[in-house]
Design a protein around this ligand. Structure first.
Ligand code: GAL
Length: 657
């Protein structure tokens, strides 16, 4: 069964509306709703006084309507009595200013009072409602580390010090890891260490990196504590929490191993022409975080969000097309924020499955029609998305790479990812993501965008992968620092140097807008921008060189045979044509399903069947050439030769393998 539904916040409505909700959910084919997510103030109206009656009534209604419940813990929004009575639960920013209540996510994850009260409400939710027959899934919290990932209060300072003591054992080891000889930062005792609060200029980057690690782990520890309580009450229920795709503060690779179902919230901006490939990339990441469990889209919008400057809506059909994008990339369901549009509050103008105008809205027709369409589809749910190549990605690298002390402080992971991912998306090459330490042998090729921070073990894994016959594409600013963000000395590249094939001696970020020419071995030229490595040749074969500007002559693309495999090092930001030449040389990156022209193509296979998803993301009709005849499952007809897809149209063509 594919999950279909959304966040349901019944406390915002009187009971008559709940009954109508249950009716409408049935009409729309809703089979899962997330409840309780912001209900703390209604479940515990006064400290220690609980009221579960109203929510039990809602669960009864859901049960009668055949709608499953994803029961959430309400810990992302402490009630006003809590923060009034215990104001130090409120987080503190880097300047020492305390946040107020009146919004959400206003708690400090290291505050013992918050933790005690949070565990108590979680425990009560679990024991009072966990046994209800409508409950199908546990949902811990909402978007951990969403609005206030970093708190700088004294509770954090204490917890950070203990974490450091545990990690380093001695202050001498801490000084060594942080390079504290610089700017007289040498510590004589752990008690002197603070979170990286506001400083006159750049804080110690190793300290900042450790604070990011510590914060990710502090949230993770709290998630595990909630999980333990929930699983104690109902070990048989699967458990999830909603991720946010490329959410920088939390190392989701670490978290996902603790989930039975990975869930994500995705809000691509319809006004951004690049948002469709970025949304695909988001889903590829989510699918890859825990390759052994299913995943869902826990939140998307039916039409429009309310938190951008200009909230451009999805055009007719686009919600369906984007839902199928997720399903094509492996999702086991699509859900929305939220079921019914709020009447008051900060999100009253965020679209929902049921609009302010109710069933008269065109959104309702789209919601009902997608719900019915999905209810009839299940055969491809068990089929796997097959990716022959993966993008190597790590959160610690992301944290360290985007540093204000870098040669280019506008160096972003997002740019690096989209530079490599978008052209492959356009040729319909489906990519997984992989963390640098995981076994890579199942992939024919890996892309390694700017793996600036790399541990010796990660580098060994990557070098071993190539040695054993893999192909790697590694881009500039890789292998620069160790796990403490200390530079590997010698030519840049550290333990990745066997894959770099030349000696990177200096790096040169280019002025914004500057472009250099690149000359390939056959004499043809392309261009590059942003960054140039200044490198001396070594054992690798130089495929292209910088051909203009002060660094003319330096190798730009170097191929190195390593054992049974090969590595391509790219020392500059090649243009699309330059990248194409490299991708063309690697079978797993060359043999996509073809150029998209706005039509996304993804294949899932399983049980002797091949399901090709074709999604027209444009507002025009498109014709697509099919490789083989098959059966168009949504259209209910045989398909061969050229398939016509109307604007925002979707087809799933099934063929036997
Ligand atoms: C998510 C959040 C929801 C809602 C939604 C609006 O980040 O989990 O509660 O705020 O955004 O787009």
């Amino acid at each position: 069964m594919l999950y279909y539904g959304g966040d349901y916040n019944p406390e915002q409505w009187p009971p008559e509306v709940w009954r109508e909700d249950a009716e409408l959910m049935r009409e729309a084919g809703v089979n899962l709703v997330t409840v309780g997510i912001f209900s703390w103030a209604h479940l515990e109206p006064h400290e220690g006084t609980f009221d579960f009656g109203w929510l039990r009534q809602v669960l009864d209604l859901m049960g009668e309507a055949g709608v499953g419940v994803d029961l959430a813990t309400p810990t992302a929004a402490p009630p006003p009595w809590l923060t009034t009575r215990y104001p130090d639960v409120l987080p503190v920013d880097e300047r020492g200013a305390r946040y107020s209540h009146g919004s959400r996510q206003h708690f400090c994850i290291c505050n013992p009072t918050y933790l005690d009260l949070a565990h108590r409400i979680v425990e009560r939710v679990a024991t009072e409602l966990g046994g209800h027959e409508a409950v199908r899934l546990w949902h811990a919290h909402n978007e951990y580390a969403c609005h206030v990932p970093y708190c700088y209060c004294e509770h954090h300072a204490r917890a950070f010090r203990s974490w450091l003591e545990e990690r380093y054992g001695s202050v001498a080891a801490l000084n060594d890891a942080w390079g504290s000889a610089f700017w007289s930062q040498r510590y004589s005792d752990f008690s002197e260490v603070t979170p990286p609060r506001m400083t006159p200029t750049f804080a110690n980057p190793s300290q900042v990196l450790d604070y990011k690690r510590f914060t990710s782990e502090a949230f993770f520890a709290e998630f595990l504590a909630e999980k333990q309580v929930l699983k104690l009450a109902r070990p048989d229920l699967p458990l999830t929490t909603n991720f946010m795709g490329f959410h920088k503060p939390l190392d989701y690779f670490r978290w996902a191993s603790e989930l039975d179902l990975v869930a994500t919230d995705n809000y691509p901006d319809p006004a951004d022409p690049n948002s469709t490939p970025l949304s695909a990339m988001h889903y590829d990441l989510i699918r890859s975080l825990n390759k052994a469990v299913p995943w869902v889209v826990m939140e998307q919008t039916s039409y429009r969000v309310n938190w951008r400057e200009r909230n451009v809506p999805k055009s007719p059909g686009q919600m369906r097309a984007l839902s199928f994008q997720a399903l094509a990339r492996g999702a086991s369901g699509v859900l929305f924020f939220q079921w019914r549009a709020s009447r008051s509050g900060a999100e009253k103008f965020h679209s929902a499955m049921v609009s302010h105008s109710g069933q008269a809205s065109p959104i309702w027709r789209e919601i009902v029609s997608l719900g019915r369409e999905l209810a009839g589809q299940r055969s491809w749910d068990a089929a796997k998305v097959s990716a022959r190549a993966a993008v190597v990605f790590s959160w610690p690298n992301w944290w360290a790479l985007e540093s204000p002390v870098s040669p280019a402080s506008d160096f972003t992971m997002a740019d690096q990812l989209s530079w490599l991912y978008s052209p492959l998306y356009r040729r319909s090459v489906t990519l997984d993501f992989a963390c640098p330490s995981e076994p890579l042998g199942g992939y024919e090729a890996v892309l390694v965008p700017s793996l600036y921070l790399v541990t010796a073990a990660e580098a060994e894994n990557l070098v071993g992968y190539v040695n054993n016959g893999g192909s790697a594409v590694i881009t500039f600013w890789s292998g620069i620092t160790d796990e403490h963000d200390r530079v590997y000395l010698g030519p840049y590249g550290g333990p990745l140097r066997p894959l770099i094939g030349c000696d990177v001696l200096e790096v040169a970020p280019l002025a914004p807008g500057d472009v250099v020419e690149i000359e390939w071995a056959d004499g043809t030229r392309t261009s590059a921008s942003f960054w140039v490595d200044i490198a001396a040749e070594r054992e690798g074969e130089v495929l292209a060189r910088v051909a203009s500007g002060p660094w003319a002559g330096t190798p730009a693309v170097v191929r190195t045979e390593v054992g049974a495999g090969s590595a391509y090092y790219i020392g500059t930001r090649l243009d699309a044509e330059g990248l194409r030449r490299i991708f063309d040389a690697i079978p797993a990156l060359r043999n996509g399903l073809g150029e998209t022209d706005g039509v996304e193509r993804v294949v899932r296979t399983g049980a002797g069947q091949r399901y090709e998803f074709l999604i027209n993301h444009t507002d025009e009709d498109r014709k697509v050439q099919l490789a083989a005849p098959g059966y168009d499952m949504l259209g209910g007809r045989e398909a061969s030769g050229t398939l016509e897809l109307g604007r925002r149209g979707v087809a799933i063509v099934r063929t036997a393998t």
